[in-house]
Design a protein around this ligand. Structure first.
Ligand code: A2P
Length: 213
């Protein structure tokens, strides 16, 4: 019906349940502080500044993000390709309001974005759109939570930064382990890409829902 056509949201996704938003933010802040203090990071600071600026601060570089979530389908109120088809999928309709645990297994930072990589379960992959990424990478590779982004950066960038990491890893690049932190190894992949692989994944209960903005 025409009434239903007006109901397509800005996007669908999993929204982190309340206390876990704060826990994840603290984890991210700790990650940035740690990185900021590393000699290896300072040595490569031009990745972020384009010059040898001394008083660069990683935490100030990024903006706070409210409402942490993992986007499944960006619908743009129906303007995005496949939005209607996605919204009409049985699995999507049935899952709205359901809570499941998201497994966050890495944090990554680039000069543009700060994000958490999400490893989707088989069941969660049922809600992952077919067109989220090209065929060259495993389905669900782009799943992430944007934690922050730098001034002037589009939100869509976090997923693209993660795909870049996935492609490098598929090509066999492992990154250079710069530090073994309590949380896991921290590696540098070049061009400002830093990844903390979490030894113990961060489990975040999250509610699947649509968002209208
Ligand atoms: P992300 O999922 O990385 O957080 P906006 O506020 O710009 O309208 O975006 C709303 C949400 O949809 C954000 O969470 C954003 O990124 C995601 N998003 C925005 N544009 C796209 C896009 N073209 N493709 C996929 N996701 C998008």
């Amino acid at each position: 019906t025409s009434l239903e056509k007006t109901a397509l949201p800005l996007f669908f996704g999993w929204f982190l349940c309340h206390p876990f938003q704060e826990n994840l933010r603290s984890l991210a802040v700790g990650f940035l502080k740690n990185l900021d203090s590393l000699e290896a990071f300072k040595k490569n600071i031009t990745d972020f500044t384009g010059s040898t600026e001394r008083d660069f601060n990683l935490e100030q570089h990024f903006h706070d993000k409210n409402m942490l979530h993992c986007t499944t389908k960006f619908c743009d109120y129906g303007k995005a390709d496949g939005a209607k088809e996605y919204a009409e999928k049985q699995a999507v309709k049935e899952s709205c309001g359901r809570v499941s645990a998201l497994v966050l297994d890495a944090l990554f930072v680039t000069p543009r974005t700060l994000g958490a990589r999400v490893s989707l379960s088989e069941e969660q992959l049922q809600l992952w759109p077919r067109d989220a990424e090209e065929d060259a990478v495993p389905r669900g590779s782009r799943a992430h939570i944007t934690l922050s982004f730098a001034e002037g950066v589009e939100p869509v960038q976090t997923g693209l930064d993660l795909l870049e990491l996935v492609r490098l890893q598929l090509q066999g690049q492992e990154g250079k382990v710069v530090r073994e932190s309590g949380l896991g190894p921290l590696s540098y992949y070049g061009k400002g890409l830093w990844v903390l692989e979490l030894r113990e994944p961060f489990l975040a209960p999250a509610c699947f829902s649509s968002f209208y903005g």
